[in-house]
Structure formats: structure tokens, C-alpha cells
Design a protein around this ligand. Structure first.
Ligand code: NAD
Length: 454
């Protein structure tokens, strides 16, 4: 069995060696999950709900430990990491209400009774990226387990530690052996096996658009169910009538949070031309104040990038000689640090303006009017998230209806709430996670007709 050395990205030092599963281990674990499905699906709804609430309680009891582990493994700021562990707890609590409310329908038909059932699918394969290891895992496993499925989960090679710990905590909480399985391994081995092994009935994939397309092709072979959460290049649209002070103060967090390694990062800022100068002035003050420092510090607003490779990829978007509007600051010395960087896009074909960078680089561009703002916002292969800043409520409604993206906020940069659906338009994804309808993605609707004529 091979191993992977987990590195602390803030210091570039080794943390721990993690064993990577091979194909045989992946298959054995999938078989174990399939066996566990036979009994998990039959656990009565009230008991399944209690077990999920127990799991939430145990996560809460270990919240600080999980958060510290994420700081060490992923370089997330301690504030973010606490939120992330709390989000897993909240998702478990939210979906713990589902087993007892997984209603079918009774549909009026002639000559009998017709009932629909929401049946679990079986073994669900969840493939997680490195940028938000805990929440993205939880968005998959909490509703999957609630609906009566069992789970095999593959964390990203770079960030397996919190997922491994969550797997242990599930057992502490009384979730039966085999129901929730964490398998650290390579995407090309374990991840691909989830796709090719017919026992796995559905894939929940979050990651890059390129890998997601390959998984979609692979799933076609078995008509395997699939949810995709992919890349983004979201727009932060600031109208002249907005509270410019507030929009500028919030803009650094909306793109540089998690060092820009966020699928919802508002990495294109669209500003109405008449307020461009005033916005840029205020934005510069906010970026220079944005605290990029050791993620263990309570004051940290941004930590390092995840790896040396990611730092190199991001730096390629700002080659020597690039005209930079301004930058923030970052620590020097060991670790994968980069200062927040602001570019003024010369044209919409600039590479940095078009492509998902997944690092602390943002491009600003001016627009003329409402129609121009919508056109620019939609001029992207992606459609995940975005913000609209205006004091005109009607305009806020019109523009949010006009932008092709799954998650928008008006006068706010918040993207994720576990109560509401999350997912992308266009090449940002397929299907929705979270919110009241997530259970539909983890069940089949079965229709049964009972003849009452004899
Ligand atoms: P990635 O696609 O390289 O890897 C994601 C996961 O897929 C990892 O666990 C990896 O091991 C696995 N994988 C790689 N090759 C595979 C294969 N051939 N078969 C099966 N699994 C495979 O992505 P990443 O670099 O870890 O994450 C960054 C990307 O994720 C960004 O594009 C970002 O926008 C996206 N993302 C999207 C969302 C969303 O909700 N839309 C959320 C977070 C991240």
C-alpha cells in the first residue's frame, strides 16, 4: 500500500503519512458498504434520526479538535475551520429530521390506490476536493445516510485528515460499522473505482470541471446517478446606486476567503463605470487591511494556498510584467503564501478574467448599464454564484433573475446556507445539494399501484 505525506501548507512541513487504498481495498470497502445497506435501510426512521443526531452531537463535542486538524492540514484560518466543523454538525442535525419525513404521495387513480415511495439508492460514492474538506463531505453524507443509503467517501489526497476523523466519530456516535466509510486514496484509483464498480449506485462529485466531465462520461456506461459541483468564475456586480462603502469592504472576503480557493469566489468584480474610481479607492483600503497571516491566529482572514503546485499554478496568472492595480500583503518565508492581487481587466478575453484561478487574484472591469452588467456576468462557461449590490430592490430582483447562476445574493456575499439549495448552472455543475430537496438526489421514486377491483 502506498502512502501520502500530508503537508502543513502554512509551514511547508510534513504532518503525517496517510495510507492510500489500492483497488482491492476500495472494492472490499464498497462490498462492506453494500452489506451494511441491507440492514441500514431497514433501521426504523426514528432510530436512524436519533443516530444522526448522535453523530451531530459527537461532531460538536469534537468541534475544536476537527477545526485544529483542518488548520494543520489545509491552512484554513481557525475561524473558518470552526465554521466548517460546525457546518457538518448542522447538516447532520438538519437531515436528521428527514428519515421521519421522507414522504411519498398517494395519487388519485381509477380502480385502485397509487402510492409513491422514496427508496434509498444503495451505496453512494462521494468524491471530495481539497478546498473545503469537511463541509463538502457533510453535504453529501448527511442527506445520503438520512435517506437510508450507505456511503463510501474519498477525501482529496492533500486533505484527508478531517474526513478520516469524521469516519471514526461516526462509529463513536453509534452509526453501525460499514455504513459510513472513508477511503483515502488517489482519484485515479479509488475515485475512478467508485465510477466503474457497479455496486456504487450514485456519485457525488465536487472538484474541477475537467475531472467532473470524465466522471460524467464514466457514469454514462452504467447510467449511474450523478451530482456534479464544479468550477466557478462568479461575478460581484456593483451598481452606482449601491452602498459602495459596504460593497468595497465586503469584496476582499468574497474572493480572498480561503485564499481564493473557493468555487464561489467572486473573482470578477463588475463595477458601474461612474463609481469605478470611488470603488477602487475603497477596495484598495480594504485589501490592504485584509489580514493574511498564520491561520492559527484568531485574527487571520486568509491563510496560505494549499500546496506548492497550487501556488505555482496561481502565479502563472500573474506573470512578470503584469499590470497590477494593487496587492495586499502576505508573510514571507516557508509556506505557500501569496498576497491578494487585484488586476484591472483590459478585456474580457484576458486569461485571468476568464479562467477559474482558484487563488487570491481578482479582475475588475467596468460596465455601463443594467443590460451590460447582466451580459458581462453571463459571459462565462460557469454559473455557480455571485453578488449584486444595489439600493434599488426592483433592479436587484431583475438582475438576480437575469444572471445564469445557481446561488446569488443581493447586498451580501454569502453563498452557502445548509437550509437552501446549492449548485451550478452551465459547466458549474449538475443537480443541487443542501436544502429541503437534497433527499430527492439520494432516493428513487417508486410508484406502486394496488388494484382494488376484486
Ligand atoms: P480535482 O478535480 O482535481 O479533484 C477532486 C477530487 O476528485 C479529488 O478527491 C481527486 O482525488 C478526485 N479525482 C481526481 N481524478 C479523478 C478521477 N479520474 N476519477 C475520480 N476521482 C478523481 O479538484 P480539486 O483541485 O481537488 O478541487 C478544486 C476544484 O473543485 C475547483 O475547480 C473548484 O471550483 C471545485 N469546487 C467546486 C465546488 C462546488 O460546489 N461547485 C466546491 C468546491 C470546489
Amino acid at each position: 500500500m502506498s502512502t501520502f505525506t500530508v503537508i502543513n501548507p502554512a509551514t511547508a512541513t510534513a504532518v503525517k503519512d496517510v495510507a492510500l487504498a489500492d483497488l482491492a481495498t476500495a472494492d472490499a470497502t464498497i462490498a462492506k458498504a453494500n452489506k451494511a445497506f441491507e440492514t441500514w435501510r431497514l433501521v426504523n426512521p426514528g432510530d436512524r434520526a436519533k443516530l444522526l443526531r448522535n453523530f451531530a452531537r459527537v461532531v460538536d463535542e469534537h468541534l475544536e479538535e476537527l477545526a485544529q486538524l483542518e488548520v494543520l492540514n489545509s491552512g484554513h484560518t481557525i475561524g473558518n475551520a470552526r465554521w466548517e466543523a460546525g457546518n457538518v454538525r448542522d447538516c447532520l442535525n438538519y437531515y436528521s429530521a428527514a428519515p421521519e419525513r421522507l414522504f411519498g404521495r398517494q395519487i388519485p387513480v381509477p380502480n385502485g390506490i397509487d402510492i409513491t415511495f422514496k427508496e434509498p439508492l444503495g451505496v453512494i460514492g462521494i468524491i471530495v476536493p481539497w478546498n473545503f474538506p469537511m463541509p463538502i463531505a457533510g453535504w453529501g453524507f448527511a442527506p445520503a445516510l438520512a435517506a437510508g443509503n450507505t456511503v463510501v467517501l474519498k477525501p482529496a489526497e492533500l486533505t484527508p485528515l478531517t474526513a478520516i476523523r469524521l469516519g471514526e466519530l461516526a462509529l463513536v456516535a453509534g452509526i453501525p460499522e460499514g455504513v459510513f466509510n472513508v477511503i483515502p486514496g488517489k482519484g485515479s484509483i479509488v475515485g475512478e473505482r467508485f465510477v466503474t464498480n457497479p455496486i456504487v449506485r450514485k456519485i457525488v462529485f465536487t472538484g474541477s470541471t475537467t475531472v467532473g466531465k470524465g466522471i460524467m462520461r464514466g457514469c454514462a456506461d452504467q447510467v449511474k446517478r450523478l451530482t456534479l459541483e464544479l468550477g466557478g468564475k462568479s461575478a460581484n456586480v456593483i451598481f452606482a446606486d449601491a452602498d459602495i462603502e459596504k460593497a468595497a469592504a465586503g469584496a476582499p472576503g468574497s474572493v480572498f476567503d480561503n485564499a481564493g480557493q473557493d468555487c464561489c469566489a467572486r473573482s470578477r468584480i463588475l463595477v458601474q463605470r461612474s463609481v469605478l474610481d470611488s470603488f477602487m479607492e475603497k477596495f484598495e483600503v480594504a485589501v490592504k487591511k485584509f489580514r493574511v497571516e498564520s491561520p492559527e491566529l484568531e485574527t487571520a482572514e486568509m491563510g496560505p494556498l494549499i500546496s506548492a503546485g497550487q501556488l505555482d499554478r496561481v502565479r502563472e496568472y500573474v506573470p512578470a510584467g503584469t499590470e497590477i492595480a494593487f496587492t495586499g500583503s502576505a508573510p514571507t518565508g516557508p509556506g505557500y503564501w501569496m498576497a491578494p492581487t487585484v488586476l484591472l481587466a483590459k478585456s474580457t478575453s484576458d486569461r485571468a478574467y476568464r479562467e477559474e484561478i482558484f487563488g487570491p487574484v481578482v479582475s475588475v472591469i467596468a460596465f455601463e448599464d443594467e443590460a451590460d452588467a447582466i451580459r458581462l456576468a453571463n459571459d462565462s462557461e460557469y454559473g455557480l454564484s455571485g453578488s449584486i449590490w444595489t439600493r434599488d430592490l426592483a433592479k436587484g430582483v431583475r438582475v438576480s433573475r437575469g444572471i445564469e447562476a445557481g446561488n446569488l445574493s443581493v447586498n451580501s456575499n454569502s453563498s452557502v446556507r445548509y437550509w437552501t439549495p446549492f449548485g451550478g448552472y452551465k459547466q458549474s455543475g449538475l443537480g443541487r445539494e443542501l436544502g429541503p430537496d437534497a433527499l430527492d438526489a439520494f432516493t428513487e421514486t417508486k410508484n406502486v399501484f394496488f388494484d382494488t377491483t376484486n
